[in-house]
Design a protein around this ligand. Structure first.
Ligand code: ADP
Ligand code: DP6
Ligand code: CO
Length: 354
């Protein structure tokens, strides 16, 4: 029988894959970026994190178990999320003396990703979005998605975008305290409902340079990076918002592929260089370029996060020309697994989670 002293809440959170990449922090303590970014939230029917948060007077210390392994949560970023959420719970407890004092109890968080963790498929985004929302639900916080997004950002920058559905921008902001650095919905998924994303798994292995470590090295050592953050990304953010508004796929694809390549160029310009893409990734790039050449216009857009795995965006009517050809050519190269070749839809947040 369930222990009445244990309070528990479970939630799911989706992955988001950026088409204009976040790479670089201007403030590592608050996790504030050096440039704005823009992403598409993918359906959590396919890729998702499932997280359960519980607390009890019997628990002795905060714990996080991820994919059945104990995690070290002493890091400042996870601690910041827990501290902020407990602070909000204290406000609830101060207002209503009859609610249980959950803020004083240790937390046990158990999480599972149903896709490769730390392999460049945005596990930290879905992971911290789920962690924050599971605890907020456990604490019955009245917080808005915007407020939870601000907290999740401190766990992992990209997580701030996974609290929203559809097409999501994260405006870098200029304030020192990060008060204007926030994610918001540019357009709901229903605005461009035939957008699809194909997930191609080149390797499910944990990367050897985490996103956090990689971007810090880039900020420190790459000159190309300064040009990207100051000139390239600001112009692309405006252009990307425009083409999403116009449902102009050819421009969307051009910007997406260029931005992925520009981001990976800054990784190569880092000392020592950071290699996230591998031979299989480059084979996927070549096939996409060939598909676009044959079609006479861009009908598919590859993008790679900090890892070797490709996400290919396309419009549903081009399913055969894009997904069909990618599968037939790359099928042998990319170790098949349950996610490969799945057309993942862009999605809204499920009801009750907005
Ligand atoms: P990715 O490309 O998958 O986002 P990162 O290097 O950004 O890779 O982050 C990976 C780290 O994110 C993991 O090592 C872990 O610390 C954290 N993480 C991943 N999934 C979860 C989760 N479900 N809950 C909490 N933390 C997670
Ligand atoms: C390449 O959000 O994982 O996926 O804030 O250090 O946790 P931390 O980094 P993270 O970086 C994501 C980098 C990216 C691009 C993106 O998602 O915008
Ligand atoms: Co990440």
């Amino acid at each position: 029988m369930a222990d009445p002293n244990v309070h528990r809440s479970s939630t799911f959170a989706p992955v988001n894959i950026a088409v204009i990449k976040y790479w670089g922090k201007r403030d590592t303590a608050l996790n504030l970026p050096t440039n704005s970014s823009l992403s598409v939230t993918l359906s959590q029917d396919d890729l998702r994190t499932h997280t359960t948060a519980s607390c009890s007077p019997k628990f002795t210390k905060d714990e996080l178990v991820l994919n059945d392994e104990d995690q070290d949560i002493s890091g400042a970023r996870t601690q910041a999320c827990l501290r902020e959420l407990r602070g909000l719970r204290k406000e609830v407890e101060a207002k209503d003396g009859s609610v249980p004092k959950l803020s004083g109890m240790a937390l046990k968080i158990v999480s599972e990703n149903n896709f490769p963790t730390a392999a460049g498929l945005a596990s930290s985004a879905a992971g911290f979005a789920a962690l924050v929302r599971a605890i907020a639900d456990l604490y019955t916080l009245p917080s808005s998605p915007a407020e939870l997004s601000r907290i999740a950002r401190q766990g992992s920058g990209s997580a701030c975008r996974s609290l929203f559905g559809g097409y999501v921008a994260w405006k870098m902001g200029t304030e020192k305290d990060g008060s204007d650095s926030a994610a918001y919905e540019v357009a709901p998924a229903s605005h461009w409902p035939d957008m699809r994303a194909l997930i191609l798994v080149a390797s499910a292995e944990k990367k050897d340079v985490s996103s956090t470590v990689g971007m810090q090295a880039t900020v420190k050592t790459s000159e190309l990076f300064n040009h990207r953050a100051e000139h390239i990304v600001p112009a692309r953010m405006t252009a990307m918002e425009e083409c999403i508004k116009d449902r102009d796929f050819a421009t969307f694809a051009d910007l997406t592929m260029k931005d992925s390549n520009n981001f990976h160029a800054t990784c190569l310009d880092t000392s020592p260089p950071v290699f996230y893409m591998n031979d299989t990734s480059r084979a996927a790039v070549r096939v996409c370029e060939a598909i676009n050449t044959r079609a006479g216009k861009a009908i598919c857009a590859y993008t790679f996060d900090a890892g070797p795995n490709a996400v290919v965006y396309y419009i549903a009517e081009n399913e055969g020309q894009v997904a069909g050809i990618l599968k037939s050519i790359l099928g042998g190269k990319m170790g098949w697994n349950s996610l490969q070749g799945r057309a993942v839809q862009a999605a809204e947040m499920p009801k009750g989670m907005e």
